[in-house]
Design a protein around this ligand. Structure first.
Ligand SMILES: NC(=O)c1ccc[n+]([C@@H]2O[C@H](COP(=O)([O-])OP(=O)(O)OC[C@H]3O[C@@H](n4cnc5c(N)ncnc54)[C@H](O)[C@@H]3O)[C@@H](O)[C@H]2O)c1
Length: 319
């Protein structure tokens, strides 16, 4: 690997962190990746610190004590949880990020990875093949914190040379840790319910197309951007990424090829309005040109893999 030696992962017990942390440990060494969160991780397979990212002093102490040179900052409230508790979303997503950027500046860290989201877009944004440079006027508190995060990261890079990088992730589909309260969570829940109960009630309309990514592609994108050559990057904190795009009804049709007796009802709730303000697909030419991003999973291979992993776990009584 390149110049990164010791990484602190914040929010490491969440959906992405639970799988990214072990992957980073494979690449950088178990003792060189310090997981942290407000709650304990699913598996305690390496160093862990209880850390509230809104506590700047504690964050600084951990960075110094563990000789951290890079931070992968995953601690956040997501779109649906954020709408339930906007003040907490602001505090964690903005003050937490500010603390991370300040410690990176003061301790001269090598890199910060701060995920953004398709939630930076809003109703005025073109919804198909959403361009890299476009209108970012979100209507959710989560989206507002994510746009601010992109801008703040760029500010730290331009003003102080802090190497902050980020990707506008679409909905992440995975099978280790449950999603943390996003608008795309249906695309994970449906697999568990299809296998366990053969029934699912979807909180989005059947034709609501949203962009998604399968966890193996998500993990690879983070590692590839972390290790990308800085001199090739024209963008830093706000890369569009394209992997999958589908509607609930398209996902259901694909799952039914494996589980024909699955029954799905549609009862859209407050999350429908959020989904309606997000893109259906993204133009990711900047990521493709600047760090050679290529997705590997399509709808068919993702569904086959998800069902394979979860069915096996169900058979062994662990689902
Ligand atoms: N999962 C997705 O679909 C998705 C899509 C786009 C962007 N993202 C971004 O990726 C990052 C990680 O998302 P995730 O899906 O793993 O989220 P998650 O909700 O599953 O995990 C977030 C973690 O942060 C922790 N946390 C919350 N407040 C904290 C605090 N004050 N201090 C320390 N830890 C705290 C939580 O305990 C949780 O374990 C976030 O920045 C999110 O906005 C995720």
């Amino acid at each position: 690997m390149g110049d990164i030696r010791r990484i602190l992962v914040t929010g490491a017990s969440g959906q992405i962190g639970s799988e990214l942390t072990p992957r980073l440990r494979e690449l950088y060494g178990k003792e060189n990746v310090i997981a942290s969160d407000l709650r304990k991780p699913v598996s305690d397979d390496g160093p862990f610190e209880m850390l509230d990212v809104t506590d700047a002093k504690q964050l600084d102490e951990i960075v110094v004590d563990h000789e951290i040179d890079s931070i992968v900052h995953l601690a956040a409230l997501l779109s649906a949880s954020g709408e339930q508790r906007p003040n907490v979303a602001w505090h964690v997503n903005i003050d937490g990020l500010y603390n991370v950027l300040e410690v990176a500046r003061n301790r001269k860290l090598r890199r910060v990875f701060n995920p953004s989201s398709i939630a930076v877009f809003g109703p005025e944004t073109p919804r198909e093949k959403t361009p890299q440079e476009t209108v970012t006027k979100p209507r959710t508190i989560y989206g507002i914190t994510k746009v601010t995060g992109e801008l703040l990261g760029n500010y730290y890079y331009q003003k102080w040379g802090v190497d902050v990088r980020g990707i506008r992730f679409p909905g992440v589909i995975s099978n280790v840790s449950p999603p943390g309260g996003g608008t795309t969570d249906y695309a994970v829940e449906i697999f568990y319910e299809a296998i366990k109960n053969r029934r699912y009630t979807c909180f989005l309309k059947p034709d609501s197309i949203l962009p998604m990514i399968y966890m193996p592609d998500c993990l690879r994108s983070i590692v590839e951007l972390l290790e990308a050559d800085l001199s090739r990057l024209k963008h830093h904190t706000d890369f569009n990424l394209r992997a999958l795009s589908f509607s609930p009804i398209q996902l259901v049709a694909e799952i039914k090829r494996h589980i024909p007796d699955l029954v799905v009802e549609y009862k859209p709730d407050y999350r429908q309005a959020i989904a309606d303000s997000w893109p259906m697909s993204l133009n990711d030419s900047a990521a493709r040109e600047e760090w050679e991003w290529r997705p590997t999973f399509d709808l068919q291979t993702m569904v086959k893999d998800m069902l394979g992993v979860l069915s096996e776990r169900h058979r062994s009584g662990k689902l």
